[in-house]
Design a binder for this molecule. Structure first.
Ligand code: GTP
Ligand code: MG
Length: 391
């Protein structure tokens, strides 16, 4: 499964694009379109693809199972999960706290409106979260008579902004989500565009080679078994591993997966293990400890979701299951998302991004080369205030 974050300014066409993708790839449940067409008629409204997405969303809400909004579609090549922005804040929260992990992103820009505030914020987040590569869709081309000139104007504007953040999009596609141009099918309305359609670009992406290194983190102890998550690699019975941040060698005993004891398991899985030494919540078990840092002094980029992060204040940091109190030693800079200017600051407010230097009470084990082990959340009284990434 390939996960894609879909971002862009309000009304630039995210929901419509999802509806169009589902429709043109035949990924919609049978009868769904007819059902919605009928509802639209009864209400005297024109049919909108966005309603399809809203209807699916509603169904999911009623089932009360999913907290992030995901929609699935498949091409001939593979299956995709689209992570949509149900609301701006929820989306940012899900992305920043790691509830959603994207392998790539689609940034949608209305050709007439160009780059807007939320376009900039989302683009910045994509970089912050390594949700790369980025595919840009210049949408609503039907509203400008499929004009190449209008496309080039919007293209330049978004390219210039992305360049400032250090993102080079792998494609900038002129589309009409509403009319279906260049989404799945090549458009006859834009003969001047000789690039790929959106699904062709998606299908051309390489699935990143998954990490092979063993990485298991401990969640809790149940009787003599340590329950946790195997994030990558595999674990064998009687394998020797290193436990971090203590950095000592241990030997795995039995492995439990589901109801069974097994000889070996491969990631990603929730499993239980026994061990010849005492472990605790937060411990990481790895093959090669040299690939990890163990430190109490950390520099990080943070994105504030609510309240404030202030210099000299103490907060709680959670990275996987590692948890520690820390103090903000310095706010090195605040990043203005609109201009990307960096300024000095004493505090970071809601939706601010900045770079901070912190000192933790307990040593933390992390590695910058693995997303899951470099990203953390900041809490105060159990509430998430910010998301961060160790730099
Ligand atoms: P939010 O969820 O509110 O952020 O908006 P959104 O990005 O999901 O936009 P949505 O898909 O709801 O589209 C907003 C409006 O633009 C709707 O009325 C769509 O019908 C219209 N729209 C979207 N794509 C196109 C397009 O390609 N052409 C035209 N003409 N209208 C479009
Ligand atoms: Mg929408």
């Amino acid at each position: 499964m390939f996960s894609i974050a879909l971002v862009g300014h309000v009304d630039h066409g995210k929901s419509t694009l999802i509806g169009r993708l589902l429709y043109d790839t035949n990924s919609l449940p049978e009868g769904k379109i007819d059902e919605i067409k009928k509802t639209c008629e009864a209400l005297g409204k024109n049919f909108e693809f966005a309603y399809v997405v809203d209807a699916l969303e509603e169904e999911r809400k009623n089932q009360m199972t999913i907290e992030t909004s995901q929609t699935f579609f498949k091409t001939q090549k593979r299956e995709y999960a689209l992570i949509d922005a149900p609301g701006h804040k929820e989306f940012i929260k899900n992305m920043v706290t790691g509830a959603s992990q994207a392998d790539a992103s689609i940034l949608i820009v209305d050709v007439k409106e160009g780059v807007k505030e939320q376009t900039r914020r989302h683009a910045y987040l994509l970089k912050f979260l390594d949700a790369l590569p980025v595919i840009v869709c210049i949408n609503k081309m039907d509203l400008v008579n499929y004009s190449e000139k209008e496309y080039l104007k919007a293209k330049k504007e978004i390219e210039d902004y992305l360049k400032l953040i250090g993102i080079k999009p792998i494609a900038i596609i002129p589309i009409s989500a509403y009319a279906g141009d260049n989404v799945v099918k090549k458009s006859k309305n834009m003969p001047w565009y000789d690039g790929l359609t959106l699904t062709e670009v998606l299908d051309s992406l390489d699935i990143k080679s998954k990490r092979e290194e063993t990485l298991f983190f401990v969640q809790e102890k149940y009787k003599d078994i340590y329950l946790g998550n195997l994030l990558s690699g595999s674990i064998k019975r009687h394998q020797k591993l290193f436990v971090l941040p203590e950095n000592k060698e241990v030997e795995v005993g039995r492995i439990v997966y589901g109801e069974n004891e097994v000889e070996e398991v491969k990631a990603p899985k929730a499993i239980g293990i026994t061990c010849n030494k005492e472990l605790r919540r937060g411990n990481l078990l790895v093959k090669d400890p040299n690939q990890f840092h163990i430190s109490r002094k950390i520099n990080a980029v943070v994105f504030v979701l609510s309240d404030k992060i202030k210099k000299n204040e103490s907060y709680t940091l959670r990275l996987l299951t590692q948890e520690t109190i820390f103090r903000v030693r310095k706010i090195r800079e605040k990043i203005d998302i609109d201009t990307l200017e960096r300024k000095e600051a004493k505090e970071l407010k809601e939706l601010d991004a900045g770079i901070i230097e912190i000192e933790t009470e307990k040593p933390l084990a992390f590695t910058k080369s693995v997303k899951e082990v470099s990203r953390f959340v900041i809490l105060k009284k159990g509430k998430i205030l910010a998301g961060g990434k160790i730099i």
